[in-house]
Design a protein. Sequence first.
Length: 375
Amino acid sequence: MNSKYEPLFEPLTLPNGVQLRNRFVLAPLTHISSNDDGTISEEELPYIEKRSKDVAIAINAASNVNDIGQAFPGQPSVAHDSDIPGLKRLAAAMKKNGAKALVQIHHGGAQALTNLTPDGDAVAPSAISLKSFGQQHEHHAREITATEIEQTIKDFGEATRRVAEAGFDGVEIHGANHYLIHQFVSPYYNRRNDIWADNYKFALAVVDEVVKAKETYANEDFIVGYRLSPEEAESPGITMDITEQLVNKLCQTAIDYIHVSMMDTHAKTREGQYEGQERLPLIKRFVNGRKPIIGIGSVFTADDALDAIENVGVDLVALGREILLDPQFIDKIKQGREQDIVNYFDPQREDLHQLTPKLWEQFNKGFYPVPRKDK
Ligand SMILES: Cc1cc2nc3c(=O)[nH]c(=O)nc-3n(C[C@H](O)[C@H](O)[C@H](O)COP(=O)(O)O)c2cc1C
């Protein structure tokens, strides 16, 4: 290995005392490849095993905590005890080569797909119509009741219990990307007049319930992370001021890291007092050493990864599209073969990328923006 990449392979200790072997994280990546009933399929096991092999933390795709929260076809479910046998196999595949295996616990909220949810129902902080994953037409989501909110918080706790029982090393709370928890934080989605109008209340109640579930069903080693989106395009939406307050509140909880969901590690703040400043160094300033930060976004080369750690200053760097394109991304850096990393999609080379058939089809159709060999 080229010695300049050594900082990427330094261990890191999380607040709960767990030692991570390096600075790489497998980002949560929806693969639409679980069985129709949300149980784990045969095809997702080798796919995830390959991508978990060299990272410190491997996070499985967003997994719905209850049936009304399902936002993708082929989404893994953590909503039922009957999901546990499959989840045990998934945990074993992800942990096989030494990674800490986490499940991203998720509720789609307004973005749940009404063709998949019971009675075609979808709930959101406030009523809204929108288009979601792969939809041609808008669907309607009604306002979630206070009783349903209480139940949903419990569902996140129950999901955490199942994840612990299945042998995973932790959970990541999906508070990002316009799904339910994000929707409660966002003034665009949350126009309530009751106690849940407070932008932070639902997110913190979920954290509290998950931490309680950890204390009851797991041990100190169990990792609890939180993923957030620092800003949104909608107006009035999540701003860096809201994120600053959320981060401050999260730093006072027992979580073990904050994961900032972005498409570019150098993305800049859109508006407000911090306009034009890079988001990740700002968030680092807000966190002020209280929690480790995971950064992500367009890390397509070994040098991009090093830049995220050394210049942007995040503690851990997550890989999304690039570890989909090349499951050997990290291994190639270790072997001094970083120039061989595949960072484009080649529609002629299914063998090169080793995706699940459904994910391959999505990449081939151009569903996700990635550099392509044929363009
Ligand atoms: C195929 C695909 C599936 C994704 N699924 C999830 C998901 O389940 N949960 C999530 O928080 N983000 C999801 N994302 C966002 C990624 O985790 C990541 O934030 C984004 O791709 C930017 O990182 P990258 O530049 O490394 O790809 C997904 C992205 C892609 C391309």
